[in-house]
Design a protein around this ligand. Structure first.
Ligand code: IMP
Length: 196
């Protein structure tokens, strides 16, 4: 069994990563590896942030480890909120306030011919035997006109993944969402590399 530290304190994410990597790997949270402080995230891009988190964890633990960073990119907003996704409406990281701000910003710039196309992007950095590897995953979709659904988290109630008949990600089951999600794709790419 290969131990690998994940720079996350989110039980849902740790469970998802464990399911994707499968029985050959033991996923350990940052706290279980002895890193309880907030890991710095000051990069200008998702890749820089995930690299910063993975390097921090590697320096502290000396273990194989990985970190992820996710952003929502809305075309009509020039790719915003992007790297600022978690704190779009302020440091409180309030999901409802973030979604309200997103709907307001789109309404401000929308024209009859514009689209509401958007995507979630996850960048994963893996440090394995001291070497750094990157894996990306994207979920394409569009921003709904209002919130719908009770599942998921974050911006799921306003994000309609392509190919889901207009349902938001918050109206999908956890399994349906994980099968198409940005994070699922990035983690599966990492899992394929690790199993190679
Ligand atoms: P993190 O890098 O996973 O912390 O994600 C940054 C922010 O993106 C989170 O605070 C959420 O608001 C948002 N986010 C990440 N993944 C998802 C998702 O699968 N659905 C909805 N929002 C997400």
């Amino acid at each position: 069994m290969r131990k690998i530290v994940f720079a996350s304190a989110n039980p849902g994410k740790i469970r998802e990563a464990g399911e994707i990597l499968g029985p050959g790997f033991e996923i350990v949270s940052a706290a279980e590896a002895g890193v309880t402080e907030v890991v710095p995230e000051t990069g200008a891009t998702l890749r820089e942030n995930s690299l910063q988190k993975a390097e921090y964890l590697y320096r502290k633990t000396g273990c194989d480890c990985f970190a992820d960073d996710t952003g929502l990119e809305v075309d009509i907003l020039g790719g915003a909120p992007g790297v600022h996704t978690a704190r779009y409406a302020g440091e409180g990281r309030d999901f409802n306030a973030n979604m309200d701000k997103l709907l307001e910003e789109i309404a401000r710039v929308e024209t009859p011919n514009s689209t509401r196309k958007a995507r979630f992007r996850t960048c994963v950095t893996l440090i394995l035997d001291g070497k750094t590897h990157f894996f990306d995953g994207i979920m394409e979709g569009s921003i709904a006109r209002s919130k719908a659904g009770k599942g998921g988290f974050g911006y799921d109630p306003v994000f309609m993944p392509d190919g889901c008949g207009g349902l938001t990600a918050a109206e999908l089951s956890e399994e349906e969402k994980n099968a198409i999600s940005h994070r699922g794709k990035a983690l599966r790419a990492m899992a394929a590399f690790l199993k190679d």
